[in-house]
Design a protein around this ligand. Structure first.
Ligand code: MG
Ligand code: ZN
Length: 366
């Protein structure tokens, strides 16, 4: 009886110890999933009210709602409590607060490297997609270095610096109808890019390097003929960039959430949020299968001071008011994240936080 008790006690002790060490193994030795790819979405001007407007108006549940982590970003620039898209884009892309109007530079005009440039240097494939001209402030912040966001033709030249493998958006004229009479698409072709001008040719391209100019200037509004195109652009970019075994970084901008809000046009704004979400859904489908892809969705600033003053969830109806000026505001903007290490984006962050977060997760250096 005693011996039996002793044996049982020893056995129990063994099981408890074994259980402890198993737990330790689980905690310390199971590797965290690696982040091989990062897909960053920027909704220009997309505050929490813009997101909720899209969620309410949409007849389907937005992909964003299934993201497990949310945080907030402080958007002020180096010289203004209220940022513009140049300083906001530069903060996200390059990790520095700069003056409004400046692209890829610190406030002292010193050039700073962007996540696209650093990713490229480390062997990752890179992409930049936008519904505005590619030379506009947000996409430009990832590629170009210029003290003036309006220097579109100079900014276009920076897209030939070889750091971006897939660029898709509007702005053909800034590359081809230029004051210096050079057709930059000739140089893109010399560098091995497939240059395409419509969605069908884009989809059919088998090239690892693609320059897609889908409009002479900005692309159409989503509710005036562009609907769904950003999702297709995103699908093609993922298909192309994911062929790189070293991984990829890409940025996708929904540019016109900002413009709808500047116009104080509620339907325009909400439609652009939903259109961006359609592109996010494409990325999430890929990331869900891939397992090593992090998706981060944020904004450079809020536009229009939008408030939602009445609505009906069942009827997908909502009324919103914008501030009189329809200009940018200083409110913090949301961050949504999905995938490995997505939790680091929860909480409150400076907009300069993204770059170091991305570099650490990708395990690459400047
Ligand atoms: Mg923009
Ligand atoms: Zn704006």
């Amino acid at each position: 009886m005693r011996i039996k008790f002793f044996k049982t006690a020893v056995l129990l002790l063994f099981l408890v110890l074994a259980g402890c060490s198993m737990q330790n193994i689980n905690r310390t030795q199971l590797p965290k999933p690696k982040v091989r790819n990062i897909i960053l979405f920027i909704g220009d001007g997309m505050g929490v009210a813009q997101v909720y407007a899209g969620m309410t108006v949409s007849t389907h549940t937005l992909s964003l709602e299934s993201f497990p982590f949310a945080g907030l970003s402080k958007t002020y620039s180096s010289n203004n409590y209220i940022t513009d898209s140049a300083a906001g884009g530069t903060a996200i892309a390059c990790g520095v607060k700069t003056k409004n109007g400046m692209i890829g530079m610190g406030p002292d005009s010193a050039v700073v490297s962007s996540i696209v440039e650093i990713a490229h240097k480390n062997g990752l494939a890179t992409g930049v997609l936008s519904t505005s001209t590619l030379t506009h402030a947000t996409p430009a912040s990832f590629i170009a270095h210029n003290s003036g966001r309006g220097n579109y033709e100079d900014i276009a030249k920076d897209f030939l610096n070889g750091t971006v493998d897939v660029l898709i958006g509007g702005g053909e004229d800034h590359f081809r109808k230029r004051a210096d009479s050079t057709d930059l698409t000739v140089k893109f072709k010399e560098q091995g890019y497939d240059v395409v001008y419509n969605l069908d040719d884009l989809k059919n391209s088998g090239s690892l390097k693609i320059a897609g100019f889908l409009a002479k200037e900005h692309m159409l509004k989503s509710n005036e003929g562009r609907s769904g195109m950003l999702a297709e652009m995103t699908r093609k970019a993922i298909e192309t960039l994911s062929k790189d075994k070293d991984g990829f970084f890409m940025m996708v901008e929904g540019s016109m959430i900002d413009w709808g809000a500047h116009e104080k046009n509620f339907d325009y704004t909400a439609a652009e949020v939903i259109d961006l979400d359609n592109a996010i859904a494409v990325a999430k489908e890929f990331a869900g299968k891939n397992g090593e892809t992090l998706i981060v969705v944020t904004a450079d600033h809020e536009t229009g001071g939008l408030t939602l003053v009445s609505g009906n969830i069942q009827e997908h109806k909502v009324t919103g008011n914008f501030i009189q000026t329809g200009s940018h505001t200083a409110v913090m903007v949301p961050i949504f994240s999905y995938g490995p290490s997505a939790e680091i984006f929860s909480g409150i962050h400076e907009n300069t936080f993204f770059l170091n977060g991305f570099l650490n997760l990708l395990n690459i250096k400047r």
